[in-house]
Design a protein around this ligand. Sequence first.
Ligand code: ADP
Ligand code: MG
Length: 619
Amino acid sequence: MSDATSSPPGREPIVGIDLGTTHSLVAVCDEAGPRVLEDDAGRGLLPSVVRLGVEGDPVLGHDARETAGDHPDRTVFSVKRLMGRNASEFEAEAFGGVEIAAGPRGLACVRDGEALRTPQEISALYLRRLREIAEARLGTPVGRAVVTVPAYFDDAQRQATRDAGRLAGLEVVRIVNEPTAAALAYGLGRGGGAETVAVYDFGGGTFDVSVLRLAGGEHEGVFEVVATAGDTRLGGDDVDRALAATLVADVEASLGPGSGSGAASAQAMRLAAERAKIALGENEEVELVAELPAGTFRRRVGRAEVEAAAAPLVARTLQACARCLRDAEMSAEAVDAVILVGGSTRMPIVRREVERFFGRAPYTALDPDRVVALGAAVQAAIVAGDRRDLLLLDVIPLSLGVETVGGGVAKLLVRNSSIPARAVERFSTSVDGQRHVSIHVLQGEREMVEDCRSLARFELRDLPPMPAGIPKIEVEFLVDANGVLGVTAIEARSGIRARVQVVPSHGLTAEEVEAIERESFVHAKEDMRRHRLADLRVNASLDAKWTTDALERTRRELDDAYIRELEAAIERVRSLVAESGRDTSVDPEPLAAARDRLDRLSTRLHEVAIAASLRDGGA
Ligand code: ADP
Ligand code: MG
């Protein structure tokens, strides 16, 4: 039970749930900060997919999605689109292979053989599964949740979401807007930070953008949605379809006329295009492989091709952003922070274009698939009254730095610097012709990498080959007013740059920061002790050697009792030196005392030895 919460027994945690069109997730926020709860297979994302007409336990999530091709007319996708809406609104809309029918009061339902299933019932299946995952991970019953909905959901849609919760045995204690949850996940709205936030959410089938403003007065700490815009028919799926469409001619050239058309071929090409799209986020070129009815289609696809297919769709998202700002009566410069949400925002073209539109780098530190669920969990903890202690980020609670050669940490920003804060440091390479430089970002007060907390690693790649020490690598740390750390590395001669963002103190409570400080203090004493022991051993060994040498030279002139006393003192020093060599954790004080005693005792010896050497030298 390593991941059980430390909530007192008998107190149920309130979980946060992102009930998404494509995926749903459950998260919890405790002393360690917010985290997504994973199923037994270690998966955090539950596909919002279910197969109808199944006796007994429902087939849903990954199982339903993977077998969807075998049951096209019984597999329900995107039921969130139906929540709280009338069947008449869907007459013109295809809804996968399943049939939409009018239920009570004309509400949109899904036909399941003879029966009609309400979208609430189907959503309740996902919510119940998420509840089970949470109960398994937390080892306690879970009866209450904060659930997120799109900002544009009306009262009927919000009420439908509450009802779905009730059907799943969950009391929905709060309905939170998805963009608000995203802002909370970043720790915005805790005072002193950004006032105006834009949330750009590009998912699988929908796009929406919202402008939020932190309310003052009695609503202090609450985000109000100033404006929202979007397109409920624009998502990552459209990028997949657009890329697949550009390949139809190649498919037919390779597999014969007609091989690129038909529902089965289109579906397989769309899935292959999605895999290629995802892989092209990390690679410049990948091989697209599609198993089509007419045979296997293979083709190398470059990033430029997927970007060309995505460009008109990304342009439509920016048009919606412009509409949203216009409705909010605001210019892009007035926005203090831009947050990216949804799997499609992992595409490099999206990040670039959003940055260009808003004139500032968007926040990308948190996983865009998880940020809404994490924020729902933060809201849940606030509702439960568990997290009044969340750290306010008016200062940097722990030092921030980068790894240097040899495993040390160069601190760029020290603890307690007030934010915003900026620091730049120059580095170079240590090997001739080094093409890649790895930047390791660390947090903590200790001197060595293994004693600090690793926040991020990224690479400056494809540098032109240069002799060691010639590249000029500038690393900039910038902590903005919200405590989000951006690290940029630039090689000044070639202009090559790379960047990463992190939320450095995410989920650290004041107590945790104190514990880390205390530890570094304890270790500072420990480091001093080791240092003192090492020095003592060197000096005490030399003392023992000199004393032995002097004793050999002057033994004839000394009395037996004094010789025995000296020899015992030398032996004591030697044995303590040997002992401390085997075990470096020993207390240095006995050795220090033995050395002092030898020192005092040998005063007479040294006098005799000096007199002897003067006599011999003079002879
Ligand atoms: P929703 O909020 O609608 O449930 P998600 O946020 O789960 O949607 O986004 C799903 C979409 O994200 C899909 O279209 C998927 O192809 C896309 N996606 C996921 N990962 C990546 C990636 N690494 N690069 C590009 N697109 C991605
Ligand atoms: Mg979403």
